[in-house]
Design a protein around this ligand. Structure first.
Ligand SMILES: C[S@@+](CC[C@H](N)C(=O)[O-])C[C@H]1O[C@@H](n2cnc3c(N)ncnc32)[C@H](O)[C@@H]1O
Length: 441
C-alpha cells in the first residue's frame, strides 16, 4: 500500500449520521447495557467487521482490549467463538459476566429480591427510606468509606446518604460472595452506582456533575437486576458460541491462549489522549474492593498500556520498541519543544512526550506478542482516534499504528474512517479510524 492510499480514510456506514455512529441502538441494549463505558464502541461497528471478515463458527475472534465486552457479546450473538483480554479488574469482571448466560435467571432474581428486602429492612430500622421523597432532612449517623478509600475516589463522587444506602446494599450483596450469583449482583451494583446513584458525569472524561443529595439506591439496583434476568431468560433455548474473558495484559499475551489460534481481531485499544481508565471506573472499583490502596492502584495502572501521564512510571521501557520510528520520535520532540517554548513545567506536562513514545511502544509490543497466536491470513481491525491532547500537537494514531504494524510484517490493507469528533482544543475535526491489517503468517 502506498503512502497516499494509507492516509486516505475511506468513509464507511454513510447511512448512519456521524453523531449517531458511536451510540448504542435501542435494539442493541440486550446484554450490552449491563455495564458499559460511555465511549465503548458500538455493537454495529463490530458486526460490520464480523461480516466483512466473513467470520463463522469455525473461527476464533480475539479482542485484546475487550473493555466491557462489546466484541465478545456480538460474537456470541452471531455464534462466533471469542476470547477477550482486559487488564482492569472491575472491567474484566463486567465483560466476563456479560457473556455468561448460563445462570438460572429465576433463582438469580429470587436472591436479588432477598437482598433488596434485607437492605430495605435495615433502612427501616434506621428510619431511612429508599425513596428520597419520604426521607426528612434530619441528621443521621451515616456509614462512610475508610480514609484510604476516600483518598482513592474523586472528591464528591457520591453524596453522604446515597453512599450510606449503597454500603448497606453492598453488605447484603457481599453475603453472596461465594456463590455464582455474586458477580451479577456486583456488576449491576457498579452500573447503578456509577450511572444513577453517584454524582459522576462522563463527558467523555469523568468529572463531577449534578450533586444528588438523595436517590433511590436499592430499587435502582433491583431494576438493573430485573433487566439482566430478562436478558438471560431471552437467551434460554438458543445456542450461542463460547466466549471467555481473560484478566491479563495484552502486551504479554503469548502464553495466555493455551495453544488456541486466532483467525481475527476486532478491538479498540486506549488512545493517547490522557484518559485514565482507572479513574473512569474508580468509584465502583473501590466500593467493590478491587482497589484498596494506592499500591493496588499503582499495580493496576502498571498493567495498562501507557495512554496518560498519570500512568507513567520510572523504569517504563515500552518506548524501546519504537526507537527506530523517526515519525514517532519527531512527534515526541515536537511536543517537548512546544512545552519548552510555552514555558509549561508541571510534572505531567514534562511527561507528554514520553507517554507518546510509551504508548506506541506498548502497541508495538502487543503486535509482536500477537504474532505467535495468529493463524496465517488472520484479519485485524483496530479502532483508534487521532489525538491532539498534548499541547495541540497532532498525533495521527491510526496512521502510525498502521506503519508500526507494517514494519512488524503485517499487511496494512486500508484505514477506514469510522467517524469524526470535533475537538474543542484544536477547533478541528479529528478522525476516529479503523486500521485494517492482515497477518499472512
Ligand atoms: C477503548 S477501551 C475498550 C472498550 C471496549 N471496546 C468496550 O466495548 O467496552 C480500552 C480498554 O483497554 C483496557 N486496557 C488498557 N491497557 C490494557 C492492556 N495492556 N491489556 C489489556 N487491556 C488493557 C482498558 O482497561 C480499557 O478497558
Amino acid at each position: 500500500m502506498n503512502k497516499k492510499q494509507r492516509v486516505q480514510a475511506v468513509a464507511t456506514d454513510y447511512e448512519i449520521k456521524n453523531s449517531e455512529k458511536n451510540k448504542l441502538g435501542k435494539s442493541d441494549r440486550e446484554f450490552h447495557d449491563w455495564y458499559r463505558f460511555v465511549l465503548s464502541y458500538p455493537p454495529h461497528l463490530v458486526r460490520k467487521y464480523i461480516n466483512e471478515f466473513r467470520l463463522t463458527s469455525e473461527d476464533l475472534l480475539l479482542d485484546p482490549f475487550c473493555g466491557t465486552g462489546t466484541t465478545l457479546i456480538e460474537a456470541k450473538l452471531q455464534n462466533i467463538p471469542s476470547i477477550g483480554i482486559e487488564a482492569n479488574n472491575f472491567v474484566h469482571l463486567a465483560s466476563a459476566v456479560k457473556i455468561n448466560w448460563e445462570i438460572d435467571p429465576i433463582a438469580l432474581l429470587k436472591h436479588a429480591n432477598v437482598i433488596s428486602d434485607n437492605a430495605l429492612k435495615e433502612f427501616g430500622e434506621q428510619g431511612i427510606f429508599d425513596d428520597p421523597l419520604l426521607n426528612s432532612g434530619e441528621a443521621r449517623c451515616l456509614r462512610k468509606l475508610s480514609d484510604e478509600q476516600g483518598k482513592l475516589i474523586l472528591k464528591n463522587s457520591i453524596s453522604a446518604l446515597p453512599l450510606h444506602k449503597s454500603l448497606v446494599l453492598l453488605d447484603q450483596i457481599n453475603k453472596y460472595k461465594e456463590t455464582s450469583y455474586y458477580k451479577y449482583f456486583a456488576v449491576a451494583f457498579g452500573n447503578s452506582l456509577v450511572y444513577q446513584v453517584s454524582n459522576l458525569r462522563f463527558g467523555p472524561e469523568v468529572g463531577i456533575g449534578k450533586i444528588k443529595k438523595d436517590v433511590n439506591v436499592v430499587s435502582t439496583w433491583f431494576k438493573q437486576m430485573q433487566m439482566i434476568c430478562d436478558d438471560i431468560q431471552s437467551s434460554k433455548g438458543k445456542y450461542f458460541a463460547k466466549s471467555e474473558s481473560i484478566f491479563s495484559d495484552s502486551r504479554n499475551l503469548k502464553n495466555l491462549l493455551n495453544g488456541r489460534k486466532i483467525s481475527a481481531v476486532i478491538t479498540s485499544p486506549p488512545y493517547p489522549n490522557e484518559k485514565d481508565y482507572t479513574r473512569t471506573t474508580r468509584l465502583e472499583s473501590v466500593l467493590l474492593g478491587f482497589i484498596n490502596s494506592k499500591e493496588e492502584l499503582r499495580v493496576l495502572k502498571k498493567s495498562l498500556l501507557r495512554s496518560n501521564t498519570r500512568g507513567v512510571y520510572k523504569g517504563d521501557s515500552d518506548d524501546d520498541y519504537v526507537k527506530g520510528f523517526p515519525e514517532i520520535q519527531r512527534i515526541a520532540d515536537e511536543i517537548e519543544n512546544k512545552r519548552i517554548e510555552l514555558g509549561k513545567t508541571s510534572g505531567f506536562e514534562r511527561l507528554y512526550h514520553r507517554v507518546t513514545k510509551l504508548y506506541f511502544g506498548g502497541i508495538a509490543k502487543h503486535l509482536i506478542e500477537l504474532q505467535s497466536v495468529l493463524k496465517p491470513n488472520a484479519q485485524l481491525a483496530y479502532v483508534v482516534g487521532d489525538q491532539a491532547s498534548y499541547l495541540r500537537v497532532m498525533i495521527p494514531t491510526g496512521r502510525l499504528i498502521g506503519e508500526i504494524a507494517e514494519s512488524l510484517g503485517y499487511e496494512l490493507e486500508r484505514i477506514d474512517l469510522f467517524r469524526t469528533r470535533y475537538s474543542t482544543i484544536t477547533k478541528t475535526n479529528l478522525n476516529e479510524e479503523v486500521v485494517i491489517l492482515r497477518w499472512r503468517g
